[in-house]
Design a binder for this molecule. Structure first.
Ligand code: FAD
Length: 337
């Protein structure tokens, strides 16, 4: 247990910056280290909680057992067809991967520039932004089962990717250790997401994957708070998907309400519902609702996980009362109070 910290502060292991403590904390940089750690935890009957960059979690005051951050490194490029299969260690920072691939002339993830966190967490909620999601260029991943002690490969279908969802949310025993993407040397521009094309035009110059990534970064820097200044976890709520008839009713009351057709119904922006309930820019104790994007809650200083969840409950109640729409949290809640 020499490489473990006892009674460890997790304040720097979550981008909300909320105070939380773990009985033990450790970093694992290989599958062997993960196996080793598990053997020791099993001997002592301690549970394991996995973290990447902590940018999609709400930590309660205490996390029992051991919190392990997956720091497995490595990027391996194997040429295939008109591109490459890129296999990446779960601990690599997602945005570092985006930059690396652009530098190698490999395209497909440039719309996902500047999403915080690690590659190992990207499949968890099938990260997505600006008209693109991980599933678009996903090849396979390797996950280690803490139940069986065996590593297995998961092809795309087995991952059950959906909007901010995958099978891994329902299988906490699986630790993702590497992810493979299929990227192309031929770029197909995806800039039809609202605001992106305008940003590209405004910035001028010829279109290229790098310029698109820069436009995405500029939009994100304008819209979202910098977690180093205002602790946050990006979107706090998922965008709800409604049956067509319900969408038509809501649109009758709010003709400007946008709707995006999906396989399961019409997806609408939760931000608009939250704004119409008067929450945009509001502050409640140490919790704020970001003035440029009301989907984002921020830690104004000293907020706890419980404070964040209390404000989220009030927002959910207001949206449910006014629109009869249930908002679902996007970040995972870990630990106990
Ligand atoms: C400013 C900001 C903007 C954001 N924008 C976006 C966005 O545009 N689109 C988007 O989809 N998300 C966005 N997010 C959310 C977040 O960045 C992503 O979900 C990211 O993939 C989380 O990575 P992480 O390493 O920080 O995961 P963590 O927060 O550490 O973990 C998230 C969950 O995954 C589990 N987990 C982590 N690593 C592993 C692993 N190796 N194996 C198994 N389980 C694991 C954890 O137990 C936890 O349940 C944003 C967050 C912030 C702060």
């Amino acid at each position: 247990m020499d490489n473990w910290s006892r009674d460890a502060s997790l304040a720097h292991w979550n981008t909300f910056g909320v105070a939380s403590r773990a009985e033990f904390a450790a970093r694992v940089t290989s599958v062997d280290e993960l196996e080793n750690l598990l053997a020791q935890l099993n001997e002592r009957g301690l549970p394991l909680t996995i973290l990447g960059g902590g940018s999609n979690v709400i930590l309660r005051a205490r996390v029992p057992g051991c919190v392990a951050r997956v720091d497995i490194p490595g990027i391996d490029v194997e040429p295939i067809d008109d591109g490459a299969r890129v296999t990446v260690g779960a601990g690599v920072r997602w945005h570092d991967l985006v930059r690396y691939c652009l530098g190698q002339g490999l395209y497909g993830i440039e719309n996902l520039a500047l999403i915080p966190g690690r590659v190992g967490a990207a499949p968890m909620q099938n990260i997505g932004a600006y008209g693109s999601e991980l599933a678009d260029c996903f090849d396979s991943l390797t996950a280690y089962s803490t139940d069986t002690g065996v590593s297995a490969r998961f092809e795309r279908d087995a991952c059950e990717f959906a909007y901010r969802d995958s099978v891994f949310k329902r299988r906490p025993e699986l630790v993702i250790t590497s992810v493979s993407l299929r990227l192309s040397r031929t770029w197909s521009e995806r800039s039809d997401y609202p605001g992106l094309n305008e940003m590209l035009k405004q910035r001028g110059g010829p279109r290229s994957p790098t310029r698109l990534a820069e436009a995405v970064i500029a939009l994100r820097r304008y819209k979202l708070p910098d977690a180093r200044q205002h602790g946050n976890a990006g979107s706090f709520f998922k965008n709800p998907t409604l049956p067509n008839a319900r969408f038509v009713e809501l649109r009758a009351a709010d003709p400007g309400l946008p709707g995006f057709e999906t396989a399961t119904g019409i997806k609408i922006p939760a931000a608009r519902l939250i704004e119409l309930c008067g929450w945009k820019g509001r502050q409640l104790g140490a919790v704020g609702v970001w003035h440029r994007q009301p989907l984002v809650l921020i830690n104004l200083g000293g907020a706890t996980g419980r404070d964040l969840l209390n404000v989220a409950d009030q927002i959910k109640a207001d949206v449910a009362q006014r629109f009869a729409v249930d908002l679902e949290l996007e970040p995972r809640v870990l630990g106990v109070d």
